[in-house]
Design a protein around this ligand. Structure first.
Ligand SMILES: Cc1cc2nc3c(=O)[nH]c(=O)nc-3n(C[C@H](O)[C@H](O)[C@H](O)COP(=O)(O)OP(=O)(O)OC[C@H]3O[C@@H](n4cnc5c(N)ncnc54)[C@H](O)[C@@H]3O)c2cc1C
Length: 521
């Protein structure tokens, strides 16, 4: 059975959590007494799609796969950013689709798009619903209605080529489902974003996602060798060789296209053998600078482990989650997680080589316990966000990336913007995606909720986004553009870049039925 997330919370409802005593003490210490915010029941607006259009949709996918009940539509409303959760908690489901439509085949997707064009119905491709940038909050004004094109029934492993080490997957497979199918063949994709439990193959491709093991396996777009997408103009299949010089790489137009150019119906990815051994170690650094320099050295020496992440001083202290321990000697410095996966021989050889470099740079290995603790809790943080929202603490994350030479400036600029905007905020940061030329910075922010937490966060987010642009960094390393990042995205790609995107949109989706208002500035 497919587990559905509650519209007002993250994740498996069975894994919902509350703050334990030590976390509650930490909250009191950091923010003083917080008030428990009210949570309203939420009901989506009445469906606006007329009966004849619903009948037309039923004719394509079958009666039971056109759903208009409130619960199903509530579950397909927006994504899982903190603003999305705050709106849902306040009872606002105004962005709910008029219907949820579940195709089974690429041919049905094509027919749905043709139907949407004919009747001017807006279509929102829906994978796991984990967008954190408003990628599922399409505009509906001017359309006959808005349908969520839910890919939940397209969940097959279509092909495996064990010689070339590729696999072709349908878009609706969630992370664990894809891994389970590949594991039956002794293979892994190695893509483990924090949203792994719910996010899908199609969503990873449509947002150019990056997972926690990106240092070893690569970001999702680098794993894709081919894909098929249905567009209102026709279906396109790309990727006939591992590499080519056949003009610009059109796969890149669809990777990151966030449902605005087409519906991705199949993705062919590189796969690896299931690793026999996984070893994650903790390393301690005297400062964020020292740890970041060590990451750069590894990347530039071609010695990247499978997992490489570094928490700044504040995140290191909080990760220890012991209010009494904060400020003590054991909580100072910065924690780095260094993970190796592969055959026993490869892991031992890489581990020794990496350890040699890290020791030479002043790092101290603190053993496997810290690494295991991270691996064990790697998908837990979003559940904690709900528990904090429950007690009136606003928590959200944001991310960016830049070149190594600009890293300190970017870190200082974004941190300062967040701290100035959110009084008494706790701002934590880590680096978890590393390249020869630079890295991403991932910030977690917590503050006592103001009377209007949505406005409070929107102001802070705008300040942080301005700081990213001012520092010459990107507005997003892996969360994508959606609706939230559009103004800064436009600045990042410039007026000619915007025109190129609009031209592609006009060609592939001339009447603009696909995800209106998403991605394209
Ligand atoms: C708690 C949490 C942690 C996260 N951690 C990470 C992380 O570690 N790394 C990371 O990269 N991201 C992360 N994200 C962001 C999010 O999970 C990713 O953007 C993910 O790739 C979205 O996949 P999805 O299947 O949920 O897509 P959805 O949220 O359903 O859709 C995202 C966008 O892609 C479009 N889309 C979806 N499927 C298709 C398709 N088949 N064809 C065309 N368009 C499509 C949608 O219309 C939408 O615009 C996190 C989000 C949350 C809430």
């Amino acid at each position: 059975m497919t587990i559905e997330m509650h519209p007002q919370r993250w994740g498996d409802p069975g894994a919902a959590t509350t703050l334990d005593e030590s976390a509650r003490a930490l909250v009191d210490l950091a923010f003083g007494l917080t008030e428990t915010p009210a949570v309203s029941g939420a009901t989506p607006p009445v469906t606006r799609l007329p009966e004849e259009l619903l009948a037309g949709l039923r004719g394509i996918v079958g009666e039971e796969h056109v759903l208009t009940d409130d619960d199903t539509r509530a579950l397909r409303t927006r994504g899982k950013s903190t603003p999305d959760l705050l709106k849902a908690r306040a009872g606002d489901l105004a962005d709910a689709p008029d219907a949820v439509v579940r195709p089974r085949t690429p041919a049905e997707v094509e027919r749905l798009l043709a139907f949407a064009v004919e009747h001017h119905v807006a279509v929102v491709p829906f994978g796991g619903g984990t967008s954190v940038t408003g990628g599922l909050a399409a505009q509906r004004d001017g359309y006959a209605g808005l349908v969520s094109l839910d890919l939940v029934r397209m969940k097959r492993l279509l092909a495996v080529d064990p010689v070339s080490m590729t696999a072709t997957l349908e878009p609706g497979l969630r992370g664990p489902e894809a891994e389970a199918l590949l594991a039956e063949q002794g293979l892994t994709l190695g893509h483990f974003p924090q949203s792994f439990e719910f996010a899908t193959i199609g969503g990873f491709a449509a947002t150019r996602s990056s997972g926690q093991s990106s240092a070893g396996y690569g970001r999702f777009d680098s794993l894709v060798v081919g894909l098929t997408a249905a567009t209102p103009t026709g279906t396109v299949t790309l990727g006939t060789a591992p590499a080519n010089a056949a003009g610009p790489d059109l796969r890149q137009l669809l990777l990151g296209s966030e449902g605005a150019f087409g519906v991705i119906t199949a993705v062919t990815v590189r796969v690896r053998r299931t690793p026999a051994v996984k070893r994650y170690d903790g390393w301690r650094w005297p400062s964020f600078e020292a740890g970041a320099d060590a990451m750069r050295t590894l990347a530039q020496a071609g010695l990247l482990p499978t997992v490489l992440r570094l928490s700044d001083e504040a995140e290191t202290a909080i990760n220890l989650a012991d209010p009494d321990g904060i400020g003590s000697e054991s909580s100072t410095g910065c924690l780095m997680i260094v993970g190796h996966e592969g055959t026993a021989e490869l892991v031992e050889a890489r581990r020794a080589a990496v350890a040699g470099v890290l020791e030479g740079l002043g790092g101290t290995c603190v053993g496997e316990e810290a690494g295991q603790k991270w691996a064990h809790g790697r998908f837990a943080a979003p559940y904690l966000r709900d528990a904090l929202l429950d007690v009136g603490v606003l928590v959200e994350t944001l991310e960016t990336a830049t070149f190594w030479s600009n890293r300190e400036r970017l870190y200082a600029g974004v941190k300062q913007a967040l701290e100035s905007s959110l009084e008494g905020a706790m701002v934590l940061c880590h680096i978890s995606h590393v390249y020869e030329t630079g890295c991403s910075l991932y910030f977690t922010v917590a503050a006592k909720e103001a009377a209007d937490p949505l406005a409070q966060w929107q102001a802070a987010k705008a300040a942080a986004s301005d700081a990213m642009v001012a520092a010459g960094a990107t507005i997003t390393h892996h969360h994508a553009v959606g609706t939230d990042h559009k103004p800064w995205f436009a600045e990042e790609i410039g007026p000619v870049g915007v025109r190129v995107l609009r031209a592609v949109k006009a060609e592939l989706d001339p009447t603009g039925v696909l995800n209106p208002g998403v991605l394209i500035p």
